[in-house]
Each structure stands twice: as structure tokens, then as C-alpha cells.
Design a protein around this ligand. Structure first.
Ligand code: ADP
Ligand code: ZN
Length: 461
């Protein structure tokens, strides 16, 4: 049976498990884009009589957990048609010919049930660009599978009633043949939710819960920047579990759940020496002080030295929800990120491994700014980005490579010096902040305001 498709099939008319657009929070644009597909699946004849031409396939592009699978199911649910679901990796097997035969089997089944939806999650597992680099030797089995998929897509007319939705986070690595007209020629972006959308996602997942009146959905949405829909679903689950011991979940259960999801379980009992605690407090207070005094740094929500997951301490900020970022904003963020190491050096006289993640971020960001965003004076308006999968040669000369390295070093040094200057200027406040952190382990924006006074910059919006 290895050659049989491993697709899960959801039949039409299954009312109890049926997912519709109202289960998908936010994603207004994506929903609007798939609306046409729903209309077509509902009444294919009417659609074709009017001369409408429907795409055979669309790519749902976005990070994990943003609801791509959910949206595809909702398309099938809205149209009340069968839904075939499988992952790209299900095709790929060690045995020669299995992948291709599974693709054939899948399309045969789907055509029998048309109109219907085929959903292929992680299409990149089969759809990576075919051997661009001859010396590495291709993955023949995967390529055969991909070729079969292309053949099947070309083999049925655009109005046969089978529509293929596929999900990926990496359009850039897909074989260009997949993206050609008549195949996956449409891309629908499914992004991480912004503040209002997070509120909507909470709305969906809080509905089945019996809540304590203290739960504040606005606060929860504000506390979860960067969370995906799946992360938010997890928070709701976790809060219900935490509350199970005492009754209905309330505000604190949700905040605890947010903390757990952010950084793994709180390990308050983990033994930390007094000296370590002090260093981490100085480090985190460094980030907090800088983000307070830098105009474009993200506004601070809370700072903690409680170890969680991989990161030692952590400062949570509200990222501004913005599409484009200016050089000034990026430099301020870089400066604030360097504030941890800078504070360690200034106030303990030592530097530690505690800043490793910060340094990694800063280095990557700086390379991006200089080599991709054309933001350095010595290499203005040049973008050396390349999306070739196997590019062994850099798209610039050795001399340029050296210049990029120099500019990165210069940029980071400048921001590091700036961080030290600001910290020296606000040394007393920074030290108060660090002592408060040692004492309370967690402090909030209000505490920082009590020490430094109102933030000189009001939050931009
Ligand atoms: P993806 O396919 O993008 O990785 P999924 O669709 O599998 O994400 O999402 C996983 C779960 O997260 C969903 O079943 C749902 O519970 C929740 N979820 C994700 N996005 C949303 C959303 N926009 N609205 C409501 N729930 C969501
Ligand atoms: Zn840090």
C-alpha cells in the first residue's frame, strides 16, 4: 500500500467538524482572496458559464501557526466540498517511485470527488528547486515526485473542480516551475496577527471557556506581540489547565500562561548565585534604560531576571506594528540590544556569555542593513541579496566583502559606544533599576517610570 496517497479525507456534509470562515480570526485579506475559490466550488457550472477562470492552485505563504491549514479547511467548509489534506513530507519516501505514485493516487481520488480541495502542507518538502548545483547530486526521488505533481497539475483543465492549496513559509526556495501560470500562480499571504487581530484570535479561543470576570482581552492582546494564532490557542489551553486547580481561569492564569509560552516554564527554583543574579540584573537594566531613553526603541512592558527557557533574563517590548523600518529605528534598536553587554562591561568590569543572543541579533541585523538594505554611507543604495539556493560565490567582489565587514564593525562599535555613553549618563537610575530587579525579579514600565520619570518620547502611533 506504499504507493497509495496518505491523505486525510474530510467528506462533505460533516456538519459537526465543519470549519468555516468565522473560525479563522483576522486574516481579512486572505479570506477575501479565497472567497472567489469558494464561490467557484459552490457552483462550478454557473461560474464557467459566465466565463470565469479559476486558478488551479494557490500558495498560502506565511510563518507556522498562522492559520494556513485552518483557512484551507474553511474554504472547503464554506463551499461544503471534500477536503484532502497531507504534508509535502508524506510524499517523500526512501523507495524509488513511491512519491510519484502517491501523487497519481491522490489526484485520481480527488478527481472522483470533484469539486474538492487538496491541501498540501509544507510543499517545500517536495517543491524545492531542482538540482541547481550539479556537483551536489540531485535528490532523484524528490524530483520525480515534483515532476509528477507538475504533470498532474497540467493534466486537468482549469475548471475540473479540483483546487490545490499549498502552504509554505519559503516561496524563495520553491522550484520556479511550480509558480508558473496554470500552477501555483497565486500567492496569498497569511501573516502573524497584529494587535487587533490577536484580539480576534483570543475571541475565538476564549469563547468555549468559562472565564472569570477579571480576564481582559485587550491586555492579553497587548501582552502577546509576535504570537501566532497557534501560540494564542496554546495560551488559552494552558490558562485553562493552570486554572483547573482552583476554578475558572482569570487574568493571572492567562498572564502566567503567556509567560510559559514565551519562555518555557518559569524556573524560579533554579539555583543562581548572588553574583550571577546581580550581573543579569545589570544586563537587563541596561536594555531597559536604553529603551527608555532612545526615541525609536520599542516601548518596554516588563523586565525580568527569572530564568526562562534558553534566555537568562529577558525584557519584553511592544514592537511597533510597522511595515517599513527607518535606519534611525534600526540603529536605536541595535543600541538598546547592545545595552546588556555595555552595562556588564561598565558596571562589573567583566563581559560574559549572557550577551551572546544579543550579539547574534545585532550582527545579523547590521549585515542586513549594510549588505541588503543599502544603509551604509560607503555602500549606499546597494542590495546584495541573493535567493539562489546554492550560491557558492558571493554576488560581490572580495574588496566589497571587506568593505561590508568593516562597515558592520564600524556600525556596531558606534552603537556600542553610544550605549555606554547613555548608560554612564543615567548611571544612578540604571543602578536603582538593577537593585529593584534583584529584589523583585520582575518589574514593569511603571517601575521604570518611577525611577527615570516620564519617558521623554511618547509612543509613536
Ligand atoms: P499553519 O497551517 O499556518 O501552521 P494552523 O492552521 O495549523 O497553522 O494553526 C494551528 C492552530 O492554531 C489552529 O488549529 C487554530 O487553533 C489556531 N489558529 C491559528 N491561526 C488562527 C486564526 N487566524 N484564528 C483562529 N485560530 C487560529
Ligand atoms: Zn540581553
Amino acid at each position: 500500500n506504499v504507493g497509495k496517497s496518505k491523505a486525510q479525507v474530510y467528506e462533505k456534509g460533516d456538519k459537526t467538524n465543519r470549519i468555516t470562515f468565522k473560525d479563522v480570526a483576522g486574516q481579512a485579506e486572505a479570506k477575501q482572496e479565497v472567497e472567489e475559490i469558494v464561490e467557484f466550488l459552490k457552483q462550478p457550472q454557473k461560474y464557467t458559464e459566465l466565463g470565469g477562470k479559476i486558478p488551479k492552485g494557490a500558495l498560502l505563504v506565511g510563518p507556522p501557526g498562522t492559520g494556513k491549514t485552518l483557512l484551507a479547511k474553511a474554504v472547503a467548509g464554506e463551499a461544503d466540498v471534500p477536503f484532502f489534506s497531507l504534508s509535502g513530507s508524506d510524499f517523500v519516501e526512501m523507495f524509488v517511485g513511491v512519491g510519484a505514485s502517491r501523487v497519481r493516487d491522490l489526484f485520481r481520488q480527488a478527481k472522483e470527488k470533484a469539486p474538492c480541495i487538496i491541501f498540501i502542507d509544507e510543499i517545500d518538502a517536495v517543491g524545492r528547486a531542482r538540482g541547481k548545483n550539479p556537483s551536489m547530486g540531485g535528490n532523484d526521488e524528490r524530483e520525480n515526485t515534483l515532476n509528477q505533481l507538475l504533470t498532474e497539475m497540467d493534466g486537468f483543465g482549469s475548471n475540473s473542480g479540483v483546487i490545490i492549496l499549498a502552504a509554505t513559509n519559503r516561496v524563495d526556495i520553491l522550484d520556479k516551475a511550480l509558480l508558473r501560470a496554470g500552477r501555483f500562480d497565486r500567492q496569498i499571504h497569511v501573516d502573524l496577527p497584529d494587535l487587533n487581530e490577536r484580539k480576534e484570535v483570543f475571541g475565538v479561543h476564549l469563547k468555549p471557556l468559562k472565564l472569570d470576570h477579571s480576564v481582559d482581552i485587550d491586555l492579553l492582546a497587548r501582552q502577546t506581540p509576535g504570537f501566532s494564532g497557534a501560540d494564542i490557542a496554546n495560551v488559552c489551553n494552558e490558562a485553562a489547565l493552570i486554572a483547573a486547580r482552583h476554578g475558572r481561569p482569570g487574568k493571572q492564569d492567562f498572564l502566567d500562561a503567556v509567560d510559559r509560552i514565551i519562555g518555557g516554564l518559569e524556573k524560579k527554583t533554579k539555583i543562581m548565585t548572588a553574583a550571577e543574579k546581580n550581573t543579569i540584573a545589570l544586563h537587563e537594566a541596561g536594555h531597559a534604560t536604553l529603551s527608555w531613553f532612545l526615541e525609536h526603541a520599542n516601548p518596554l512592558i516588563k523586565v525580568t531576571i527569572v530564568p526562562r527557557g534558553r534566555a537568562l533574563g529577558a525584557a519584553w517590548y511592544l514592537p511597533e506594528e510597522r511595515q517599513i523600518t527607518t535606519k534611525e529605528q534600526m540603529l536605536d534598536e541595535m543600541c538598546a540590544t547592545l545595552g546588556g553587554r555595555a552595562a556588564e562591561e561598565l558596571f562589573t568590569g567583566h563581559i560574559s556569555t549572557g550577551a551572546m543572543n544579543d550579539l547574534e541579533r545585532v550582527t545579523k541585523q547590521s549585515y542586513g542593513m549594510i549588505a541588503y538594505a543599502g544603509m551604509s554611507d560607503k555602500l549606499p543604495n546597494l542590495c546584495y541579496y541573493s535567493n539562489e539556493e546554492y550560491s557558492f560565490s558571493k554576488p560581490y567582489s572580495d574588496r566589497t566583502a571587506e568593505l561590508i565587514d568593516e562597515e558592520v564593525k564600524r556600525m556596531i562599535n558606534e552603537q556600542y559606544d553610544r550605549a555606554k555613553a547613555i548608560l554612564s549618563e543615567h548611571k544612578d537610575g540604571h543602578n536603582k533599576l538593577a537593585r529593584l530587579l534583584v529584589e523583585k525579579e520582575v518589574i514593569f514600565a511603571e517601575d521604570v517610570e518611577r525611577i527615570f520619570g516620564k519617558r521623554p518620547w511618547t509612543s509613536r502611533s
